[in-house]
Ligand binder design. Structure first.
Ligand code: HPA
Length: 243
């Protein structure tokens, strides 16, 4: 069974899919963290792998960049491949003075400048929020791992190079922790179809201080974030089995 963007069979994906933006990251996760990983999708180079982590079936597939891209993969995985949980594992730009380079931000909510929710025809604004069970598990496990974790609002933007130089400051003033480009559409897609989603982001650069991480630092922090996401995936597949 193939969808327009995923050439795989229904059973090819686990209930939980970890979703980095970059296809090479998906490959890295499969090669370094999963056992018996098999490539299940490679349409447009969006590599998807399914393997085992500590004996549990887990998948990892890239989202590409931006909300149109992640929403396509989330829609198809949730609706056609039996996926229940999508955990985005990405990078974000820090927008708050208490959030530092290499910290982890769990997106409790995702503010956005996208018009993605117009399709729902609401007479107000939808709040894109994380699934609380995934959020709580990530927070608890991350703290046990000794990671520096923040929970709060992300800002999911359609615009990387914003023409308005005051944009960051305006969102920052409202307590937003970090900016990225995918979480809001992932959350809305999960909400629409009664599925679960969480965005876990490491702070790769800081918009208030101008600092950024080296490639090596990004690799280390990415590894911590992956371990966290995989541990969350483990616990969520346990709870699915109990149902
Ligand atoms: N803007 C948008 N997305 C990002 C950024 C940023 O500065 N850093 C990491 N992801």
């Amino acid at each position: 069974m193939a969808t327009p963007h995923i050439a795989a069979e229904k059973g090819d994906f686990a209930k939980t899919v970890l979703m980095p933006g970059d296809p090479l990251r998906a490959k890295f996760i499969a090669e370094n963290f999963l056992e018996n990983a098999v490539l299940v999708n490679n349409v447009r180079g969006i590599q998807g792998y399914t393997g085992e982590y500590r004996g549990k079936k887990v998948s990892v597939m890239a989202s590409g960049m931006g909300m149109p891209s992640i929403s396509i993969y989330a829609y198809e995985l949730y609706n056609f491949f039996g996926v229940e949980n999508i955990i985005r594992v990405g990078t974000a730009g820090g927008m708050n003075k208490d959030v530092h380079l290499r910290d982890i931000v769990l997106g409790q909510g995702a503010c956005t400048d996208t018009n993605f929710a117009l399709q729902y025809g609401l007479n107000g604004n939808l709040c894109p929020i994380a699934d609380f069970s995934l959020l709580k598990k990530a927070y608890d496990i991350g703290n046990e791992m000794g990671l520096s974790i923040h929970v709060g609002n992300l800002y999911s933007t359609d615009v990387f190079y914003n023409d308005d130089s005051t944009n960051t400051e305006k969102w920052s003033k409202l307590g937003v922790l970090a900016v990225e480009m995918e979480a809001a559409a992932l959350y809305m897609t999960a909400q629409r179809f009664g599925k679960k989603a969480l965005a876990i982001c490491t702070v790769s650069d800081h918009l208030l201080t101008g600092e950024s991480t080296s490639a090596e630092e990004r690799q280390t922090t990415f590894t911590d974030m992956m371990k966290l996401a995989l541990e969350v995936a483990l616990t969520s597949s346990f709870s699915e089995k109990k149902k």
